[in-house]
Design a binder for this molecule. Structure first.
Ligand SMILES: Cc1cc2nc3c(=O)[nH]c(=O)nc-3n(C[C@H](O)[C@H](O)[C@H](O)COP(=O)(O)O)c2cc1C
Length: 447
């Protein structure tokens, strides 16, 4: 389906388009809402804006942050976001997404500590406050690529993901592997606290191992089939992490609540078929996470960026024509976020994926906070394009269109091709050369 490019000149035009498509987008003119303080964990957050986890693919081969990585985070801290949700970080070598993904382990921990010290200092000096630092602990599962070529570790055979390249059974992780992984996430939490993060995200989204288990209806054994089994890895890992909580250090998570593939090969899906949403299991899970495990903050996201990236990060330019208007993707995300917040009004909910709305993304964020959909919003692609977006919104009430992401997908191309990743359009000095190299490679391979 071919979609018109983003052309809206006013918030009114955005509203008209949403009405025409019959989708609901919370939108507000009053972006001051985003600077109303928020209290959680006994501390004050000075705004509702967060940097979303965005892999930069710029660590060294052992998973140490490089100067490039550290500078990226320093720039985020200067930009004024009250929360920096660090990118997916491996906690076991076989779970790395690439040779340049960050990895937290005994060997790298001092470098992480130093990075966090510098990031905090940069925030204090620039804005008078330190950002809240969350590390995203991940196992890449099906998308593991620790040595520069795919070495998938899967929960079960997935007919859609494996349509072109069927995988053999040896790729399915055993129950014993998962039992051991639970302990590894506990150890990672200890390190995460030691190196000065404020919290750890036990990530379950975007088709990685924890998230794939959510839809492992057809898997046998202790990690498949029933609700209890499919969430065993997540819940047990959180249980391993919780003893490290104290007044300062907390456990939270990024949760994908809708996969976008028909049941039984997707989670959050209408059990009668089709791509409709069904949040009943997500609500059941969040009840356990909050009431039994005591989590106070959950970041909501959707989709699988390798298979249906229009669900995770709506766009109008990219590798394929999305089967829906990008507004429908944004509306689905905020519908899901609202569903969780409506069920758990006391939970601190962070919403994702505002970037498609360009210069109107602050209006979406403000509307979402004002109308009680969520408490925070994290910005992904926008933060690559404009690290200073929070201070720009605070100072000017909005964003200059020329400082926004155009959703061209080039950052995604870079990461998939193994290059350091960032905004080719707004930061050509840093990333255009990599992009040209990537294009040259495509040509040489006849693509
Ligand atoms: C290049 C790239 C890297 C990403 N890396 C991560 C990651 O490490 N962890 C994660 O949870 N999401 C990751 N995401 C998803 C973003 O956090 C975010 O959810 C998505 O881009 C939608 O938000 P946006 O519309 O503000 O861009 C990544 C997205 C892109 C484009």
């Amino acid at each position: 389906m071919k979609h018109e490019k983003f052309h809206y000149k006013s918030l009114e035009e955005v509203k008209q388009k949403a009405d025409e498509l019959q989708v609901t987008l919370p939108l507000s003119e009053n972006t001051k809402t985003l600077f109303e303080p928020y209290e959680l964990y006994g501390r004050k957050f000075s705004n509702r804006l967060a940097i979303a986890p965005m892999e930069g693919n710029d660590s060294d081969e052992e998973g140490f942050p490089t100067e490039h990585t550290i500078n990226r985070y320093i720039e985020y801290a200067k930009g004024g976001a009250s929360i920096i949700w660090y990118e997916a970080t491996a906690v076991v070598p076989e779970g790395r997404s690439g040779k340049h993904q960050l990895m937290l382990c005994d060997k790298t921990k001092e470098a992480f500590k130093e990075m966090n010290r510098r990031v905090r200092e940069a925030g204090r000096e620039a804005n008078g406050y330190e950002p809240y630092l969350i590390m995203q602990a991940n196992h890449s599962g099906r998308y593991a690529n620790p040595n520069g070529f795919p070495e998938p570790l899967i929960a079960y055979h997935h007919p859609i993901y494996e349509a072109d390249k069927p995988l053999d059974d040896s790729r399915i992780v055993t129950d014993e592997y998962l039992d051991d992984l639970v302990l590894k996430f506990g150890e990672a939490t200890k390190l995460c606290k030691e190196v000065g993060f404020d919290g750890i995200d036990i990530k379950s989204c975007h088709g990685y191992l924890f998230a794939e288990l959510a839809s492992a209806y057809t898997r046998e054994g202790r990690y498949g089939g029933s609700f209890e089994n499919r969430f065993r890895l997540l819940i047990d890992s959180i249980r391993q992490a919780l003893p490290y909580e104290d007044d300062h250090f907390k456990v939270m998570m990024r949760l994908g609540i809708y996969d976008g593939f028909e049941y039984p090969y997707g989670w959050g899906m209408d059990p009668d078929g089709g791509l409709g949403e069904d949040y009943s299991e997500a609500v059941r899970l969040v009840k356990i996470l909050t009431e039994d495990l005591g989590l106070k903050m959950i970041n909501i996201t959707m989709g699988n960026p390798y298979q249906n990236s229009h669900v995770t990060r709506p766009f109008d330019m990219g590798k394929y024509e999305a089967p829906e208007h990008p507004f429908e993707g944004v509306a689905r995300m905020y519908r899901g976020v609202k569903e969780i917040k409506d069920h758990f009004p006391d939970l601190c909910v962070m919403a994702s994926a505002p970037t498609y709305l360009r210069q109107f993304s602050p209006n979406l964020a403000a509307g979402a906070v004002e109308e009680g959909y969520c408490d925070f919003i994290d910005f992904g692609r926008l933060s690559f394009a404009n690290t200073a977006f929070p201070n720009e919104i605070r100072e000017t009430g909005g964003l200059d269109r020329r400082h926004t992401c155009i959703t061209c997908g080039k950052c995604g191309d870079l990461i998939r091709a193994g290059y350091p990743c960032g905004c080719v359009v707004r930061k050509p000095d840093e990333f255009l050369a990599y992009y040209k190299e990537y294009q040259k490679g495509l040509k040489e391979n006849g693509k």
